[in-house]
Design a protein around this ligand. Sequence first.
Ligand SMILES: [Zn+2]
Length: 327
Amino acid sequence: MMSPRISLLLSASALLAACATTLNAPTLPMVDTHAARTMVAVHGEALWPGWAEDDRAVLLVAKEAEYLLCAPQQQGFVAVGTEPVTGCSRQTRPVQTPADIAAPSEIGDVLVASIGLPDALGADGIDWQLTLAHELFHSWQDRMPGYNAAVMEVTSRLAPADAGDAGWMLTYPFPYAEAATAEAFAPMAAAAHTYLAATDQAARRAAIVDYLAARHAAEAQIGHEDWLYYEFQAGQEGVARWTELALAQRMAQDDPRYVDAFTERRGGLATSLRAIDRQGIGMWRRNVFYVYGAIEADMLDTLDPVWRLDYPARPFALGEHLQQRLD
Ligand SMILES: [Zn+2]
């Protein structure tokens, strides 16, 4: 039987936990959560038709509990009324997710953007908002018609036979550190730099033509199977990274607080290419594909914004989308 002293300690700690929940609740980034959901509601639809109709559910992982917002009631969660800033339903459960998560998750029958607090992610304010928007985009990707079929096809071609889950997507043995890979990417980087620095449409288009030629040569050198992994990551993560940039750009038109976020993200593409060149693809690993994929999405938008209508049916084929728009 539990001693009265232990019982007293336990009830004291339960009380403290309850106090912490109450005390910490106002420090949750609800204003930034609301801002991220609102920017998707206002600008998301023009970027990705159907996105704004999404329920944009969020799992906020705090220190004392996890909060599921803007989602139908799920098993294992306790409903705690309406969250005043977002106006959304709020449910809570004990913490079971890493504090620094930023990833789409499936909870019961809903796809949610799971995200840790700004402290845990090392990003606050607008940067945290755009990180949440990135994860909301991933949740939306899963609902795009054709997207899951494309993921299944890539999985059937690239995942090891004994892969039980999606972990292979992070550990696929792409030849990051091989000298031939660096050689294959160097002409792509050169053309991408020219594209990013170009100030008129003719120069941009000429740089895209050079880039695509370098891309075809890189595919031939690296091999079609490994290149499919490039296409997969560029199409999934690069386009999500570009979506952050596109949202920041649209927000900045009416709200000067977003100008820096846009400028940093656009300028960050060339900065990242230089860092990859300096530090090596072996160091950056799959993060390299975020950068190239975002640049390719930007190139596609420069050539023809309508590419975004074609994306859901062929999400892991940015090279084909580019070729189609240059033919
Ligand atoms: Zn992502």
